[in-house]
Design a protein around this ligand. Structure first.
Ligand code: PBG
Length: 358
């Protein structure tokens, strides 16, 4: 079939005997620009690039540890000495950054492991920067992986109420420990009020005025974090996070959270999760000219993996479609567990013939 035959007007389908007078002739024909892969590529508005991706890594204490995470196929908890093969692949794939989460050997009520200079995040940071100075290391700053109760800060009571201002001091300590170890960006995710200002002040006082903050500004209390809590061993022992993370129903409040982190001096803003919150990403894009990140979280990844493993969906198509949707909504950067696979798929598409299926 020639490219434009599907749109030819004169040849009405003779077998169907549609009388010419019964044909509705559209005044506008958007299908004209969908004829053939090359033309479609020319008018494509949004493109994905490996340079958009940030790759999360789970680092555990100890040596030689590599424990696959059941609900996140392709991801594992790794000791510092097991990171090298994974990290070495990122640069060649064009992925510019990693996001580090630490799982300490011991947890306590205050989460003191979070600022241990020998903890998994500082050691991993130093090791990655030593081998790959150009790779950007982003350190997540939160207490939930380090507290024995699994909440994101110091507890006020047995119901799981988290003390805000006291927690800020601890987040500042952790941020400084990671910057001391060489982290390029600090990413606070505890959802404490004033955490960006507190961390900015702590970093500046410690001589790290040049270290930027990527603020988890609009972070929702989401069921989509389920697999992550297995990966980071950070599920709260009791209660939940609704006392500090946002209500999924609140879009206007998300804008207030973004405004606060902007005013407190965030260098980049983040919306999390991504897929179910595309409206928040679009609104953030419209209001702020700071770089905007979106986090495609563990549950979003696990759902695609699970459905694909059943043969119910085409993993590559669905994963890339989920990512292009996040980019189209307005994200500059996407934190995604698909970073490596997606970068490989994108490279294949660039090198090989254009896929007509997209
Ligand atoms: C908190 C933190 C969480 C995630 C990133 N940072 C978990 C939580 O808030 O419960 C979730 C990321 C994901 O699900 O992939 N330290």
């Amino acid at each position: 079939m020639t490219q434009s035959s599907a749109l030819r007007t004169a040849a009405s389908h003779s077998a169907l005997r549609i009388p010419h007078s019964a044909l509705v002739v559209p005044a506008r024909r958007p299908r004209r620009l969908r004829q053939g892969a090359t033309l479609r590529a020319m008018v494509r508005e949004t493109t994905l690039d490996a340079a958009d991706f940030i790759y999360p890594l789970f680092v555990v204490d100890g040596q030689g540890v590599e424990r696959p995470i059941g609900s996140m196929p392709g991801h594992a908890q790794r000791a510092v000495d097991r990171l090298a093969p994974v990290v070495a692949e990122l640069g060649p794939l064009g992925i510019p950054a990693v996001l580090l989460f630490g799982i300490p050997a011991r947890k306590d009520a205050t989460g003191s492991g979070a600022w241990d200079p020998q903890g998994p995040v500082p050691r991993a940071t130093a090791e990655i920067k030593r081998r790959h100075p150009a790779l950007v290391v982003i350190a997540d700053v939160c207490m939930c992986e380090y507290t024995d109760h699994g909440h994101c800060g110091l507890l006020a009571d047995a119901q799981g109420t988290v003390l805000n201002d006291e927690t800020l001091a601890l987040l500042g300590r952790a941020a400084v420990a990671y910057a001391d170890a060489g982290a390029d960006i600090i990413a606070p995710s505890a959802m404490m009020d004033g955490q960006v200002a507190a961390i900015r002040a702590a970093l500046d006082a410690a001589g790290h005025a040049g270290v930027p903050i990527l603020a988890y500004a609009a972070k929702f209390a989401s069921g989509f974090y389920g697999p992550f809590r297995e990966a980071a061993e950070s599920a709260p022992r009791f209660g939940d996070r609704r006392g500090y993370q946002m209500d999924p129903a609140n879009g206007r409040e998300a804008l207030r959270e973004l405004a606060l982190d902007f005013a407190e001096g965030a260098d980049m803003l983040m919306v999390k999760p991504a897929g179910p919150y595309l409206d928040i990403i679009a609104a953030a894009r419209a209001r702020y000219d700071l770089p905007l990140a979106a986090y495609q979280v563990s549950g979003e990844y696990a759902m695609i993996k699970a459905a694909a493993s059943q043969g119910w969906i085409d993993e590559r198509r669905v994963a890339l479609e989920s990512l292009i949707g996040i980019k189209r909504a307005g994200a500059d950067l996407i934190i995604t567990y698909y970073a490596q696979e997606a970068a490989r798929w994108l490279a294949e598409e660039r090198d090989g013939p254009t896929h007509d299926s997209r």
